[in-house]
Design a protein around this ligand. Structure first.
Ligand code: 6PG
Length: 239
């Protein structure tokens, strides 16, 4: 597995600025190499400053209309629900940059159930990538329990090696239990995988990933084809 590279920033705003530069450079390189790029967005709150930074300061940095946008996971709620990762991205990132709506691929959460949504999303991904997924950049967060996307500790979804998308269930404490998530093979198909972690609440999770050989949290199971990056702030305590 690719060795992770950890970068520590004074605070979440500095982290967001650096992450925005990383996103732009990575997507620019992809556009130069292949004429198009693919970006997988993370849910939750940590990416919000990054999404706002991109929308406010990088609108002209590249041809956003040639970037395809996917979601690493989604809560099984309508797209206008306050718990929706799509809504989070739409309000912070998508509204501010000139993406081509045809290239923005939300997880379909308005018809059927979570399993049907997972199957439909996998079909969408396979229509885009063929036999193998190959995202240029995958953004991920980490939960206090070490989960990432909607891959939670001890979940059977962690064993999935053939499917790219599955339906999962978050723990009872989670705001929404029914989830759809990309699997480890799909997330690890990112040429660059960039984890974002901020705040003292994530110290234990980062310790489990980087310092405790007895623990193997889901976030530690994600690889990358070329670069596995962690952007963290000082409150996380990796310095
Ligand atoms: C989600 C995310 C999830 C998130 C972590 C961290 O749908 O909630 O995919 O994996 O990245 O829970 O969330 P915060 O950034 O809000 O701490």
């Amino acid at each position: 597995m690719i060795a992770p590279e950890v970068f520590t920033f004074p605070d979440i705003q500095a982290l967001a600025r650096a992450a925005a530069e990383e996103v732009v450079q990575t997507l620019r390189a992809a556009l130069e190499a292949r004429g198009e790029a693919s970006l997988v967005l993370a849910g939750g709150s940590t990416p919000q400053p990054l999404y706002r930074q991109l929308a406010q300061c990088h609108a002209n940095a590249l041809e956003w209309k040639r970037v395809s946008v996917f979601f690493g996971d989604e809560r099984f709620v309508p797209p206008d629900d306050e718990q929706s990762n799509f809504r989070l991205a739409a309000e912070t990132l998508l509204a501010g940059l000139a993406f081509d709506a045809e290239r923005v691929h939300p997880v379909p959460t308005t018809a059927g159930g979570p399993e049907a949504a997972a199957q439909a999303y996998e079909e969408r991904l396979r229509a885009c990538f063929g036999e193998e997924p190959a995202f240029d950049l995958v953004l991920l967060g980490i939960g206090e329990d070490g989960h990432t996307a909607s891959l939670f500790p001890d979940s059977p979804a962690l064993e999935e090696r053939a499917r790219w998308v599955v339906a999962t269930e978050a723990p009872p404490s989670a705001p929404v239990r029914e989830r759809i998530t990309l699997t480890l093979p799909a997330l690890s198909a990112g040429r660059t995988v960039l984890f974002l972690a901020s705040g003292e609440g994530k110290r234990a999770a980062l310790d489990a990933v980087f310092r405790d050989p007895e623990q193997t949290p889901p976030a530690q199971m994600v690889g990358a084809r070329e670069r596995l990056l962690w952007f963290v702030d000082e409150a996380v305590g990796m310095g």
